[in-house]
Design a protein around this ligand. Structure first.
Ligand code: ZN
Length: 241
């Protein structure tokens, strides 16, 4: 569909009018408060819009998106969004959502140079390198989607070991972190079974998720021994000073 900037404003006016017709007072109530239960950490990819995929209205999901849904401890943007969501909005569930066919993950896998973003994609290359032997053993055509899932697992752990989450769980706040993957080809979300909730069993949950990912994408005849390179600060609350 070809659109112009003017079309965007026209669509916006139609949408606002339709919302008000369907649900009188909707925007007035939105102004008063924002009480989302969910935080979505997803890829910036235009094909993965959080609200539409999940059927959530404005006001129902707090969203942070970047290239390839990465959470690193030096990224004040992502950490600030998580801190606000957890400490102020009191979200109950955070979902880290990758998507199959992710361009950022593909660039990392194929060592394609894209420019400044290479420095950002380095974070995915670190995930790739940790699981290189597993990825090498997989059929070439499924490696990207396996790495999409591995990256989600990695970022779930990165959220979990952030000071925001360590502090929230220490004071008894109930927050679950989930790892999902979205299929651009079918519009469906997959739960990757890597939900963590502060019970400090991160290492086991992570390893189980990696095993499942390996099993899922392996050829039936596969049987290679899985090796995972050590990851520093894996234990919850074991942050460097
Ligand atoms: Zn992507």
């Amino acid at each position: 569909m070809t659109t112009s900037i003017e079309d965007l404003f026209a669509h916006n006016r139609e949408w606002a009018a339709q919302m008000e017709r369907d649900r009188p007072g909707f925007f007035t109530s939105l102004v008063k408060q924002q009480t989302p239960k969910y935080m979505w950490i997803g890829c910036s990819d235009s094909r993965v819009p959080a609200n539409q995929i999940t059927g959530l209205d404005p006001g129902e999901v707090f969203v942070h998106r970047n290239v390839a849904n990465i959470v690193v401890s030096s990224d004040l943007n992502a950490l600030s969004a998580i801190q606000f969501a957890v400490d102020v909005l009191k979200v109950e569930d955070i979902m880290v959502v990758g998507h199959y066919g992710c361009g950022g993950v593909k660039a990392a896998l194929d060592n394609v140079r894209v420019g400044l973003a290479d420095n950002w994609i380095r974070n995915i290359k670190n995930v790739r390198d940790r699981h290189q032997s597993m990825l090498d053993a997989l059929p070439a055509e499924v490696r990207i989607d396996a790495l999409v899932e591995l990256n989600v697992a990695e970022q779930v752990i990165n959220v979990a070991v952030s000071t925001v989450m360590v502090d929230a769980w220490a004071r008894g706040q109930k927050v679950n972190i989930h790892g999902w993957a979205f299929g651009v080809h079918d519009g469906l979300l997959q739960d990757l079974g890597i939900t963590v909730n502060g019970d400090k069993a991160l290492d086991g949950i992570y390893k189980a998720a990696v095993q499942r990912i390996r099993h899922k994408w392996s050829k039936p005849a596969g049987g290679e021994v899985l090796t995972i390179e050590p990851r520093r600060n894996r234990q919850l609350g074991n942050e460097p000073a």
